[in-house]
Design a binder for this molecule. Structure first.
Ligand code: GLN
Length: 501
């Protein structure tokens, strides 16, 4: 294995900046790794090798000419396939968009291009980002590099597995109910869902617009910060984009401090229902934080009991409306039935053939929840619960600077284990959903391997809206505490052998 692919993004930035390696070398090393392991891991739906190498060569030329370049210039990256790209298909993991090449780049993609970051390819996801395992991708699941019989998390299992299998130093994800953080937890990687509005959603194929956020996927907290600093910032194309800057996340990560911080343990998100090995790693992380001078307090969020129920009404309601535009007229697939193909029959046949089972389930649920007789009972009640959850969090942040919980109840489960039971699949999201309902930032970092199965476990950190920098500061400190105990980085535990063999 080429040693360049195991380096962190921060290390590669140093090597590129000091001209010890070229962008072509770094990009090629990752493309070679993709050729080697992607047939097994299936992180990428499309690999854009030629475009990536041409960006890399251009950056190398400009650096050689002494041009002053952007901080991440020449560093390759993978992008989730629900962000529009003009030079590659954008499928959102759905057959209904197969072969569609968008007319415009998402703002985040444009920012990556402006930095001079070669885009390696588009990563796999559950269809329209609905799911927790990538098993709902119309193009087949991605595998977890730690154990290829297990799921890499979802919906962004393509991005998490790419970073965990060393086919990309960084990746972009999107998180509506945990799709950055759950995949991070089960692959031993880092994922950050920024404050709602911190990163432009323009060009993100919307799932639930009031919950969606784009964010970084990486192998370290500093690496996530470097990427967050590049993709964040106001965008006039997104009316929910925050006007102000939230400051430098890289500076916050470099400050790395927990002494004197009040860390709130969410009572409802520990204990029963959490895998013993996950709970044990969580308790150890708390002990490390306390030893480093943090004050551990308990906080009560009673409304979290209703978070999943509220989310699985609000999300389908918004999704059913957002997905109405996939009607065979403007994008992708068109099925023309035999006989008398009226526009209604063409639309129905296209949506019948183009959408998978989870998408159909949510469209039906969402349409029902929004129908006039039931609107108050379902959608209206869910919105009230959302307010209660926001109030619980506001009260908790009176007592604590940062809230923590295990990121997910379990480590990576096996393919097929939850596929036939939608409710079991939805329960994975218990710890991650509240952040989306409240619009606050959440970060998942690895905190070791569970004893039962030797698989990665994750801890989630939450901060009040706009306090993303606080998360980076505390998470970077906790990461250093973990690595101090382990004597190595989390990804140094990752098995190399199980992939590409
Ligand atoms: N598992 C969640 C769901 O299926 C997460 C989705 C997401 O964050 N995109 O809705």
């Amino acid at each position: 294995m080429n040693e360049l692919i195991r380096k962190s993004a921060a290390e590669l930035v140093e090597l590129l900046g000091s001209k010890q390696v070229s962008s072509v070398e770094v990009t090629k090393a990752h493309l070679d790794r993709i050729t080697e392991v992607n047939p097994t891991i299936h992180s990428y739906l499309h690999v854009t090798d030629e475009a990536a190498l041409s960006v890399a060569a251009d950056i190398d030329r400009r650096r050689a000419a002494g041009e002053s370049l952007s901080p991440l210039a020449g560093l390759p990256i993978a992008v989730k396939d629900n962000l529009t790209t003009t030079d590659a298909p954008t499928t959102a993991g759905s057959k209904i968009l197969e072969g569609w090449v968008p007319q415009y780049d998402a703002t985040v993609v444009r920012r990556l291009r402006e930095q001079g970051m070669p885009i390696l390819g588009k990563t796999n996801l559950d269809e329209f980002a609905m799911g927790s395992s990538t098993e709902f991708s119309a193009y087949g699941p991605s595998k977890n590099p730690w154990d290829i019989e297990r799921i890499p998390g979802g919906s962004g299992g393509g991005s998490s597995s790419a970073v965990a299998a060393f086919t990309a130093p960084l990746a972009i994800g999107s998180d509506t109910g945990g799709s950055i953080r759950f995949p991070a937890a089960v692959t031993g990687t880092v994922g950050h869902k920024p404050t709602y509005g911190a990163v432009s959603r323009y060009g993100l194929i919307a799932l639930a617009s009031s919950l969606d956020q784009i964010g970084p996927v990486s192998r370290s907290v500093l690496d996530a910060a470097l990427l967050q600093d590049v993709i964040a910032g106001h965008d006039p194309h997104d009316s929910t984009s925050l006007p102000e800057s939230l400051g430098s996340m890289a500076d916050a990560a470099r400050r790395a401090s927990v002494a004197g911080k009040r860390i709130g343990v969410i009572k409802q998100l520990t204990g029963a229902g959490f895998q013993p090995g996950v709970q044990a790693r969580f308790d150890e992380s708390l002990a490390l934080l306390a030893k480093a001078g943090a004050e551990i307090v308990e906080v009560d969020c009673p409304s979290f009991e209703y978070a999943i129920a509220a989310y699985y009404l609000i999300l389908p309601a918004e999704a059913s409306s957002n997905l109405a535009k996939f009607d065979s007229v403007r994008f992708g697939l068109r099925i023309t039935p035999e006989g008398n193909p009226t526009i209604e029959r063409v639309m129905a046949a296209t949506r019948e053939a183009g959408f998978g089972p989870e998408v159909k389930r949510r469209i039906i649920l969402g349409t029902y929840a929004l129908s006039s007789g039931y609107y108050d009972a379902y959608y209206g009640s869910a919105q009230k619960v959302r307010t209660l959850i926001q109030r619980d969090l506001a009260a908790a942040f009176e007592k604590a600077d940062v809230l923590v919980s295990p990121t997910a109840p379990t480590t990576a489960f096996k393919f097929g284990e939850k596929l036939e039971d939608p409710l079991a699949m939805y329960l994975n999201d218990i710890a991650t959903i509240p952040a989306n309902l409240a619009g606050i930032p959440g970060m998942a970092i690895p905190n070791g391997l569970a004893d039962e199965d030797g698989l990665p476990s994750g801890i989630q950190l939450l901060a009040p809206a706009r306090e993303d920098a606080r998360l980076y500061e505390v998470a970077a400190a906790l990461e250093a505490l973990h690595e101090g105990v382990w004597g190595k980085r989390m990804m140094d535990f990752a098995p190399e052998l199980k992939v590409g063999a």
